[in-house]
Ligand binder design. Sequence first.
Ligand SMILES: *[C@@H]1O[C@H](CO)[C@@H](O)[C@H](O)[C@H]1NC(C)=O
Ligand SMILES: *[C@@H]1O[C@H](CO)[C@@H](O)[C@H](O)[C@H]1NC(C)=O
Ligand SMILES: *[C@@H]1O[C@H](CO)[C@@H](O)[C@H](O)[C@H]1NC(C)=O
Ligand SMILES: *[C@@H]1O[C@H](CO)[C@@H](O)[C@H](O)[C@H]1NC(C)=O
Length: 476
Amino acid sequence: MCSVEMELLPLLCLCLLSVSGTTFADGNKRPVIMVKEGKDATLPCSFPEKRKEPFRWMKEGQELVYKYHETGSPDQDPQFLGRVSHFSSELKKGNASIIIRNTKLSDSGHYTCEFPYIRQTFSIQLLVERVVIMVKEGSEATLPCSIRGISGKQSFRWIKDGLKLYDYQTTSQVSQLHGRVIHFESEVKKGNASIIIKNTKLSDSGHYTCEFPYIRQTFNIQLLVERVVIMVKEGSEATLPCYIGGISRKQPFRWMKDGQESVYEWDDTNSLHQGPQFFGRVSHSDSELKKGNASIILKNTKLSDSGHYTCTFSQQTFNMQLLVGDISKVSIRALNQTKNMAVLQCEVEADFLKPRIEWEDSDGNILPAEEPHITRIKSHYSITVQVVVTKTNNYHCVAEQEEISHEMKAETYVFVLDELDEWRSPPSWREILIICAFGCLLIGLLCCKKCCRRGSGANSRAAEAVPLRGRNPGGI
Ligand SMILES: *[C@@H]1O[C@H](CO)[C@@H](O)[C@H](O)[C@H]1NC(C)=O
Ligand SMILES: *[C@@H]1O[C@H](CO)[C@@H](O)[C@H](O)[C@H]1NC(C)=O
Ligand SMILES: *[C@@H]1O[C@H](CO)[C@@H](O)[C@H](O)[C@H]1NC(C)=O
Ligand SMILES: *[C@@H]1O[C@H](CO)[C@@H](O)[C@H](O)[C@H]1NC(C)=O
């Protein structure tokens, strides 16, 4: 960056490096500023000396973002009109930082701060991220939208995926919302056009735009409504939530499974109806019901209870999914064993929740295993994971349904010869041959020695025998 200028102004460059480490970027390591869409971004830049100095900011080297006291340069790019300013009180300190208001996704990019008289530029990366709001189906979502420095009511409207959703002037909302959207009347005069969507549906997910038409300001938000999923281990208890609140009298409610099967119903005549599949296993709380809470508790859950549940309560419906998980089998099979290694296969059977499977040694170290092989039939998982082991140890295969902290394991003992063992126990053929050869040589040598000795001994014995023989006849 300093290449040419460095030769001309070596001291200045050095000075810059030490004074403003954050604004000075060398090569590809330029500083990154991250902001949420709609928020303000301050892009820092400083002149090396504490004095007022003309400067300009460019985006991608060609679009003029902002200029201060500079003549003969092109006009500000329209996308930045009225949104950018410098800090006038900071100018005399050589501070050429700017602020970009109400940032847009398209503002993301590479910015340069330039001091034309010293031909010096500084780089910065701006990253504007979409505002994403995530809520669970059935709960409330607040979509924020506000402008500052506004006095008096500003008209606003909300648009979803290109279609008008809510208009402040007419307080009209599209039928799909059925009165589920409210704004904050007391906040409107402060420029706050935030809305709340009550009892959110999966279909409320999408791209929302808040518009102030008279001052031409827009804000974007992504809403993501996620299905409520309740996960429990087979045999345990599940609470299925259904809450509206804000009432003081018991109201009838009805729970259904998969759209048709009756689970639990309570009506005005105080009569209770339980579906045959659920008989004696479901309950609600009367005191909670008075507060607008029609949640139920399902005891002794079965795998077959898994499914899609709806609660209809006070003209509203709440949707959720129940998953009753279990691991029914974990076993280990030795596929192949040689004297130096073994191939082990772990076999797992599980329902509704895919388990995470890990091979561990006796110290709990996780072993690098093959990719799991997964077969899924409806909600039943059959998974195998192979591992190659080369050491004698106790090996475990651990399967866990993390969502419900349900774990099951199997273990096996494997004996293999590792390199050290090879020296301690059974020798190799080569070693046997060498030992044999040595042995033979030794025996040979000993034999030879003995033979030689026997040779001379025989002679002496023979010599001794001679007189014996000679004596014998003499003795006879
Ligand atoms: C320049 O001014 C801005 C805005 O007041 C401030 O945030 C920044 O820290 C200043 N930079 C320096 C180097 O003083
Ligand atoms: C706008 O109003 C809502 C509801 O009162 C509040 O939660 C939010 O903080 C307000 N936003 C601003 C920027 O004041
Ligand atoms: C509703 O009642 C259930 C028990 O019946 C309870 O677990 C839950 O916390 C209650 N919900 C609210 C929002 O009060
Ligand atoms: C066992 O391993 C050997 C050597 O890697 C291989 O030739 C053989 O096919 C394997 N046997 C099985 C059943 O996988």
